[in-house]
Design a protein around this ligand. Structure first.
Ligand code: FAD
Ligand code: DHB
Length: 389
């Protein structure tokens, strides 16, 4: 088989890139390791920046999001059981959209199907070849048979554990990493959200987050030890712990119920440089990971898609390679700013095992500054709603 762009990974970044390319008449094939039902069943991010919303609209994917998503013009931060609000609209004139990654992925698969685009799921042993030549290709095995896709470009949208990044020679690839000494236990429950906006809480027992998907679907997280197992947390223990960590008025109103999903995610900051090698381009989690505090992971994957789509479109339309040549540099400039924001939110809000009384006071004073300073709130709001592309 031959295509113009071979995309490895059928997660949100691969699907969105394929959809944008399709609208420009550029052909692509997506190779996905898992079954489609598995990809669609994953519960992940919940908050879209304005830039991500605009990008989805541009790809004609805005309709259900507009109908079912929720505009949030602010968020609550809480410290020592007392909350205060940061008003994004007032500070920077923008808002965010609460619309789950699960829904975004469903919309993307529906659009791909409607366009007649190829997504090969259960593609095993996906292997790129000739990335430093003018004739790259990707082989994969499906149902025991090997196939080859010849293409102009290979795009690695295959997440942190994918194959693409490993194709960049060791003497070229530079990696930057911080692994945090805790994880997030997340629970999804068919209960009304405790607050109409998100609550990010710093507490001596550890961080907690109250989020949502819709009027009767709540998403809550508590910081846990890395050694914890989700199965070890009963629903009752989770709700007790959450109540202890959030402001009292919220704890009093919290409606609990059975969890319909419960999982633990580790926290990591990671960047791989460069994001391009020969005919290979890395996008999203394949190149970088942020800790989830601040909801940047999916949004950062989408800003990569924006830069790469613009570069590929100019290549095919005008024979202009400036965009693809500058892709890594442009994407990384934004990646590092979002890494900084996610790291600073994580550092401000979590309990670290070796935290000293001094560190504790630093967190408290940073939150007190945020509560009273318009300048500090503007800086947080500017990052939270999304830095410009
Ligand atoms: P992915 O969504 O990881 O998609 C990559 C795809 O490639 C997958 O479908 C995978 O099956 C496929 N693949 C992998 N290897 C291969 C291979 N060798 N061959 C073919 N296909 C392959 N972000 C937030 O903002 N908020 C959150 O609450 C949040 N929670 C998260 C929880 C978890 C458990 C994880 C893992 C991530 C979470 N994130 C969150 C991050 C966010 O979900 C990611 O940033 C986002 O999914 C990145 O999209 P992507 O398309 O780049 O990668
Ligand atoms: C959600 C996840 C986040 O990491 C975050 O900062 C906000 C919301 C969520 O899953 O809803």
């Amino acid at each position: 088989m031959r295509t113009q762009v071979c995309i490895i990974g059928g997660g949100p970044s691969g699907l969105l890139l394929a959809q944008l390319l399709h609208r420009d008449g550029i052909d692509s094939v997506i190779l996905e390791r898992r079954e489609r039902a598995h990809v669609l069943g994953r519960i992940r991010a919940g908050v879209l920046e304005q830039g991500s919303v605009d990008l989805l609209r541009r790809a004609s994917l805005g309709e259900r999001m507009e109908r079912e998503g929720f505009h949030h013009s602010g968020t609550y931060l809480a410290a020592a059981n007392r909350g205060f609000r940061i008003d994004f609209e007032a500070r920077v004139g923008k808002s965010v959209m609460v619309y789950g990654q699960t829904e975004v992925t469903r919309d993307l698969y529906a659009a791909r199907d409607a366009a007649g685009g190829i997504v090969i799921d259960r593609a095993e042993r996906v292997t790129p070849w000739g990335l430093d030549s003018n004739a790259p290709s990707v082989t994969y095995v499906r149902d025991g048979r090997e196939h080859r896709v010849a293409c102009d470009f290979v795009i690695g949208c295959d997440g942190f554990h994918g194959v693409s990044r490993t194709c960049i020679p060791k003497d070229v690839l530079r990696e930057f990493e911080r692994v945090y000494p805790f994880g997030w236990l997340g629970v999804l429950s068919e209960t009304p959200p405790v607050s109409h906006e998100l609550i990010y809480a710093n507490h001596p027992r550890g961080f907690a987050l109250c989020s949502m998907r819709n009027d009767n679907l709540s998403r809550y997280y508590v910081q846990v030890q890395l050694s914890d197992r989700a199965e070890g947390w009963t629903d009752a223990a989770f709700w007790d712990e959450l109540k202890r960590r959030i402001p009292e008025d919220a704890a009093d109103r919290l409606i609990t119920g059975p969890s319909i999903e419960k999982s633990i995610a580790p926290l990591r900051s990671y960047v791989a440089e460069p994001m391009r090698w020969g005919r290979l381009f890395l996008v999203g989690d394949a190149a970088h990971i942020v800790p989830p505090t601040g909801a940047k992971g999916l949004n950062l994957a989408f800003s990569d898609v924006h830069y790469l789509h613009a570069g590929l479109a100019a290549h095919y339309r005008d024979g202009d390679d400036d965009g693809i040549d500058r892709y890594s540099h442009r994407a990384l400039a934004r990646v590092w700013k979002c890494e900084r924001f996610s790291w600073s939110m994580t550092t401000m809000l979590h309990r670290f095992p070796d935290q000293s009384p001094f560190d504790q006071r630093m967190q408290e004073s940073e939150l007190a500054w945020l509560e009273t300073s318009v300048a500090a709130q503007t800086a947080l709001a500017e990052n939270y709603v999304g830095l410009p592309y």
